[in-house]
Design a protein around this ligand. Structure first.
Ligand SMILES: [Mg+2]
Length: 105
């Protein structure tokens, strides 16, 4: 399933279940993303089964996808994924992790 397909599936779920669905609700979705990250981390910390950890990570993906639907509705997330991947691939080795270079002497 591609990201745009996921967005549509999640939108259907949101509408069916009566969840927040306005552009101004995007920050809530992002906050919920952090909560789900915490649940994933907690599940890992407690040595839960991989399936439980994966389920929490899927919740993260759900909220990120839903936030994108509300916050940047005109963006095709499949195209953006590809664009960002290419951008990151063309960046220098360990880009954004300059602090690591300080310790590698
Ligand atoms: Mg969860």
């Amino acid at each position: 399933m591609q990201l745009e397909e996921m967005k549509k599936e999640i939108e259907e779920l949101v509408l069916e279940k009566g969840f927040y669905n306005k552009p101004e609700d995007a920050p809530k979705k992002l906050l919920f993303t952090f909560i789900e990250l915490g649940e994933a981390s907690d599940a890992w910390k407690k040595g839960r089964r991989e399936e439980e950890i994966a389920e929490e990570l899927i919740d993260v993906i759900f909220y990120v996808s839903d936030a994108s639907r509300l916050a940047c509705p005109s963006i095709n997330m499949d195209d953006m994924f590809q664009k960002k991947l290419e951008k990151n691939k063309s960046s220098e080795y360990q880009y954004g992790e300059g602090h690591r270079l300080d310790h590698e002497e």
